[in-house]
Design a protein. Structure first.
Length: 232
């Protein structure tokens, strides 16, 4: 259950200074809030709209292991992506689930051997053997409307998908359970400064119009597409 809005606003008003103040209620902000709370810090997050309102509710819904990075020779990035995908599949049961893909191979394009090598490396990184090779006839059975001309066969492999907004809310609830504080429909108006040092934010409650100066040792800008607006 989410705490009552008036209760949270009162807590913000009566806290002299926060250790960490996060601006932005997407997956980045929610993750930072959770980690800060778990580290025992007095952590507050504010969001100008609903939590996960911005990019974190308008993603591709894909939790991919970075196969495209492998094609670009970015082995380290691919390994990290695969590792994180597997972590999410284990930790986010019910929110992250496997998603199957078919990859056709055509004459004149990348060879089947190149695809096979790439998918083998991909699976080895995940420490699981998920891909499977198919003949041209088998691919046509699996995808009846696929273009047959030049088709040499193909492969099936797995990545994962998620409900991105629900994932944000899950992480946010875990952050609150660990002692973090979060409130949406609170807009960052301007940075508070002491010389060149940022010391907090002036915020506005979008529901009541009330303004409040919030002091914080560290302000983290996780505003996504609005990051430069706050910086400016």
């Amino acid at each position: 259950m989410w705490p009552k809005r008036n209760t949270v606003w009162h807590k913000i008003e009566t806290t002299p200074e926060w250790d960490v103040l996060v601006v932005g209620g997407g997956i980045t902000g929610a993750g930072i809030l959770r980690e800060a709370a778990r580290a025992g810090l007095r952590a507050l997050l504010i969001e100008q709209k609903d939590f996960a309102w911005g990019t974190s509710s308008r993603s591709s819904k894909m939790v991919h292991g970075g196969l495209r990075y492998l094609a670009q020779g970015q082995i380290g990035v691919t390994y990290q992506s695969v590792k994180e995908r597997q972590n999410l599949l284990q930790a986010g049961e019910g929110l992250i689930k496997p998603l199957g893909f078919l990859m056709p191979a055509y004459k004149g394009g990348s060879s089947k051997w190149a695809y096979k090598a790439a998918l083998s490396i991909y699976d080895l990184m995940a420490m699981r053997w998920d891909h499977r090779e198919y003949s041209a006839d088998e691919m046509s059975m699996l995808a009846p409307r696929i273009k047959r001309e030049g088709l040499e066969g193909g492969f099936a492999f797995e990545d994962a998908q998620t409900d991105d907004a629900r994932l944000v809310l899950r992480v946010m609830q875990e952050a609150l359970a660990d002692g973090g504080t979060a409130l949406n429909y609170v807009r960052a108006e301007t940075l508070l400064k002491d010389g060149d040092r940022v010391t907090g934010l002036r915020v506005c409650d979008a529901e009541t119009g009330a303004q409040l100066d919030i002091k914080a040792r560290v302000v983290i800008n996780a505003a996504g597409a609005w990051v430069d607006h706050l910086r400016g």
